[in-house]
Design a binder for this molecule. Sequence first.
Ligand SMILES: [Zn+2]
Length: 259
Amino acid sequence: MDVSLYPPVFMLTIASVFGACFGSFSNVLIYRLPRNLSVVGPRSFCPSCKTQVSWYDNLPLLSWLLLRGKCRHCQAAISARYLILEVAGILCTLAGFARFGITAEGAAAAIYLLLLLNIAIIDWQHMIIPHTLTITGMVLGLVFSFFTPLGLVPSLLGLLLGAGIILAVSYGYKLLRGVVGMGGGDVMLMGMVGAFQGPWAVPAVLFGGAVMGTVYAVTAGKGKVAGEAKLPFGTFLAAASLVVLLAGDWLWATYLTLF
Ligand SMILES: [Zn+2]
C-alpha cells in the first residue's frame, strides 16, 4: 500500500485515532501489567459502583468529556489520568509522524514512543519494566527494520549491544558490590531501544538516561544514599530514548559546531 497517495490530513487523523485508542488501552496496561493481571479480560468496570463500562462510555477522549469525568451510573469521579493518557497517546503518534513523515519510519517511531510511554509510567510507579512490553518492542523493532532505512542487521546489532551493555554492567556491579544494580527489565528495555534505533543510539540513550537519573537523584535528595537508592532507571532511559529519537541528529549537529 502506497500511503503517500492518501491526503496527509486523512492519514494523521487515522494515526491520532490509533494513538488515542492505544492511550486508552495504556490505562489497562499500566494498571494490570505490574499486577500480573490479564490485559484482555475482564472488561473495565467502575471502581466505585462496579458497573461494567459500556463500549459507548469507553470511547477515547469523547466519553470522558461527554460524561464530564463522572460515572454514568453512580456519578463517582473518573480520574483525569484516563484523558491525559489518551492525549499523550495522540501526541506520541503525531510526534513520530511529524519527525519522520507519513512513512513506515514514522509509524515505527509512533509505536516505539507509545511503548516507551507505557514503560516510563509503569517503571516510575512500580519499579518494574514488564517483559510483555519490551519483548513486544524488540520483535516490532526487528520487524519494522525491514521497512525502514535502519535495516535488519543494524537493528539486530542494536538489540544485542543495548541488552549486552546492561547485562555486562549488571554482572560487573554484582561482582564489585555483591548486589544487583540493574534488573532484567533494563536489559530488555535497552534491547528494544537498540532494535528500534540502531547501535549508535545505544550509548547516547545510556548517557542521557544516566544524566537524567543523576540529576533527579541529586535534586530529589536521594543522592545521600549513593548507590543504594532505588531509581526508576527505565523511566529515564525511556525519556532519553525519546530525546535521541526526535532531536538526536539536531543535538549532535549542535554539539559538533562547538568545536
Ligand atoms: Zn460508578
